[in-house]
Design a protein around this ligand. Structure first.
Ligand code: RIB
Length: 305
């Protein structure tokens, strides 16, 4: 298996303010630097996969505003095929308001804009893109019925489905049943299942028909559940500058490894390394590592279990 990777998802401009600490509700705090970066979970995962060595085609929507050109250019410059990225007359591009504290931890509010206008019909029109693909990558910053349509097409074409259920929300069991690799963080998994204990929550999701459940734990690494098989990979101790898109770095590198037929453990290790590299750098897409960087990082850092 080494077909291309289809990413269906969001494309946002990230408006980032650096602040000593996050404000409480009703409180104003003074920030320092302000920066803009191309982002959006879908676009970040597409760029992450392309940099990790995948052939990537993205399906999404941008607006016809000042941000749209830079957002599309960000994808193209990184080798993502944007033939299926639609410009939406009269709509604003997706925007994410991000505060980043002195520890590199973030809060994010997304105004979906054009992302919310990506329809099942759009996916149907681009159905030829699924032919010959090996992996479909999805997140939840676009309408759920669009996610469902993309999954159905993937299943029809024998394409493996990776779902990063972010932002967190409850999902129908019929949707989870079609997921081959579910990649939530622990909060998303808890929200999805109503269970705090990771192993129980992973079992519950798998009982619905989901394949492997790969839970990213930030500074605690990643824990993987597939049937009766369970293993944990420790995080790499690195200086944290900016945690935005660390999960996206993981998903993109993981997707490439799966598309190349690597084992689940190897895919999780490559994702883990990509996430570790990304937190050492500022910005969403600028922080995502190349294949060479992931290889060099893994060679320099002993296997972490
Ligand atoms: O996962 C990080 C991303 O979430 C940011 O780039 C922001 O755009 C939001 O979609």
């Amino acid at each position: 298996m080494s077909g291309h990777i289809v990413v269906v998802g969001s494309i946002n401009m990230d408006l980032v303010v650096h602040t000593e600490r996050h404000p409480q509700p009703g409180e104003t705090v003074l920030g320092s630097r302000f920066q803009t970066f191309p982002g959006g979970k879908g676009a970040n995962q597409a760029v992450a996969a392309a940099r990790a060595g995948g052939r990537v085609k993205m399906i999404g929507r941008i607006g016809d505003d000042a941000f749209s050109e830079r957002l599309e250019a960000g994808l193209v410059e990184n080798g993502v095929d944007t033939t299926c990225v639609l410009h939406t007359p009269g709509a604003a591009s997706g925007v994410a308001l991000i505060t980043l504290d002195s520890e590199g931890q973030n809060t994010i509010v997304v105004a979906a804009g054009a992302n919310s206008l990506l329809t099942p019909q759009d996916i149907r029109e681009f159905s030829p893109v699924f032919e010959g693909a090996s992996v479909l990558v999805l997140q939840l910053e676009i309408p759920l019925e669009t996610v469902a349509k993309a999954m159905a097409l993937a299943k029809f074409h024998g394409v493996k489905v990776i779902l990063n259920p972010a932002p967190a929300q409850g999902l129908p069991g019929s949707l989870l049943a079609q997921v081959d690799y579910l990649i939530p963080n622990q909060f998303e998994l808890a929200l999805l299942t109503g269970m705090q204990v990771i192993s129980l929550a992973a079992d519950a999701v798998q009982s619905l028909g989901t394949g492997a459940v790969i839970v990213t734990l930030g500074g605690n690494g990643v824990v993987v559940h597939r049937g009766s098989e369970t293993f944990q990979i420790a995080s790499h101790p690195v200086p944290v500058v900016d945690t935005v898109a660390a999960g996206d770095a993981f998903v993109g590198a993981f997707a490439v490894a799966i598309s190349e037929g690597r084992s689940l453990r190897e895919a999780a290790e490559r994702g883990n390394a990509a996430g570790a590299i990304s937190v050492t750098r500022a910005g969403a897409q600028p922080s995502l590592p190349t294949r060479e960087e992931i290889d060099a990082f893994l060679a320099a850092h002993p296997r972490r279990r």
